[in-house]
Each structure stands twice: as structure tokens, then as C-alpha cells.
Write a new protein. Structure first.
Length: 223
């Protein structure tokens, strides 16, 4: 059964995390990193999906130091608030909270993977190079991947991008990653835009979401 728990970050601050045990025999742990909107119903649904696929899943509330329990709608005001929290959250702080999730999950089984969407896609990519103990990382449409393509990776990673994402130049991201990590796949989904895994009607692309999830599950299962 899903529950909200508390974990201590590297600075000792206790942040909330949405946690769900694996529905089936446990294959490992997955850290689910939020979009800019907080731990909304779409993040919680994704946690449940991973739990149904055999992974104990946890989604840390990375904005808790700024606004505990933050949730935002997918409207201009919500986007403005979410972007402000994303920009105001130090990367090292977020990495420390992700590391705390790794420690929690590794205490319950060796393999821990990370997946993130939008803001979380950037954090998942950065965690692949900064957080010890991860077995694999899957980054969905993270705007910081291109600028951080040269970082050394501590685990296998994959990147998912929507072809029609107006904010992320998919081909340029793919070229940057290929230059530094030629064996790291960057998948570009034709007809899909930003947030295509999110089941909100204005963003969801079922075909792209299903294929990206299949590829991510394959990566995690092999890790």
C-alpha cells in the first residue's frame, strides 16, 4: 500500500517521499523524480506503475525545503511556481536527497535505478554522474541534459525526447550525448511533445509513453 514517508537528506532535513512496495516479487528499487509540478497525481500514478512492474518505488519531494507539500496545476501560474522552485533548488541538494533514496532502497535490496521526467529528467541524468549506487538511469525530456552531456556516467543511462518539444532541441541533445557517450541511447519520439509520459490530456502520447517505458524497463531489468 502506498504511503508518504520521511527521509533525511545529506543536510539532515527531513523531506517527504511517496513510497509504494512492489506489487509482484521485488526486482529492485526505482526512484521516480518529479516534474516541476510536485508530487501530483501523475507522479503518484507513475510510482504505482513501477510498483506493478515489480519495483519498489519512491518519489522524493525535492521542493520540501521551499514549500512543503507543493502541488501545482498545469497552467501558467502552476508552471511559473514550479519553475521558480526548480531554479531555486540547488542541484547538490537534490542530489543529496536522491542519494538518501538510494540508501533507503539499497537497504531493502541491492539494485536501485532512477527515472525522471521534465525537471526530473534533468535530475535523473545528473544523478547518473553524481550519485553513487545507482544501477541505471532513464531521463525523460530533461532540459539540462545537453549542457551536461560531457559529465562522466557512473551507471548506464538512456534519454527520451519528444520530436515536437518546443523547448528542447532533440537532435542537438542527441548529438551532444553521442559526442561524449556514444553507447548511450537517445530516443526521439516522432509526434510526441514535452511531457508525453504524463497522462494529462494536453500532453499524453500513449504510443511514445508505452515504448519509452518498455525501453526503460528493459534497461532496469538488465541492470
Amino acid at each position: 500500500m502506498a504511503e508518504t514517508i520521511k527521509l533525511a537528506g545529506a543536510d539532515g532535513f527531513e523531506f517527504a517521499a511517496y513510497h509504494e512496495p512492489a506489487f509482484t516479487p521485488r526486482k529492485g528499487g526505482v526512484i521516480v523524480i518529479q516534474e516541476i509540478f510536485g508530487l501530483d497525481e501523475y507522479v503518484r500514478a507513475d510510482v504505482e506503475r513501477w510498483a506493478k512492474m515489480g519495483y519498489e518505488a519512491i518519489a522524493p519531494a525535492l521542493y520540501d525545503r521551499r514549500e512543503p507539500g507543493f502541488l501545482a496545476h498545469h497552467d501558467p501560474d502552476g508552471i511559473k511556481a514550479g519553475v521558480a522552485h526548480a531554479m531555486g533548488t540547488p542541484i547538490d541538494q537534490a542530489m543529496g536527497d536522491i542519494a538518501a533514496c538510494v540508501t533507503f532502497l539499497r537497504g531493502r535490496g541491492e539494485k536501485v535505478c532512477v527515472v525522471g521526467y521534465c525537471y526530473g529528467g534533468s535530475m535523473a541524468w545528473l544523478a547518473a554522474g553524481k550519485v553513487e549506487g545507482l544501477a541505471a538511469a532513464s531521463s525523460y525530456y530533461g532540459s539540462m541534459v545537453q549542457a551536461n552531456a560531457a559529465q562522466a556516467l557512473l551507471c548506464p543511462a538512456i534519454v527520451h525526447l519528444g520530436r515536437t518539444d518546443a523547448g528542447i532541441p532533440a537532435d542537438q541533445v542527441a548529438e551532444a550525448v553521442a559526442e561524449h557517450h556514444p553507447n548511450t541511447p537517445v530516443y526521439i519520439y516522432e509526434g510526441a511533445g514535452h511531457g508525453f509520459n504524463n497522462e494529462s490530456p494536453e500532453r499524453y502520447n500513449a504510443e511514445a509513453a508505452d515504448l519509452a517505458r518498455h525501453r526503460t524497463l528493459e534497461l532496469f531489468d538488465k541492470a
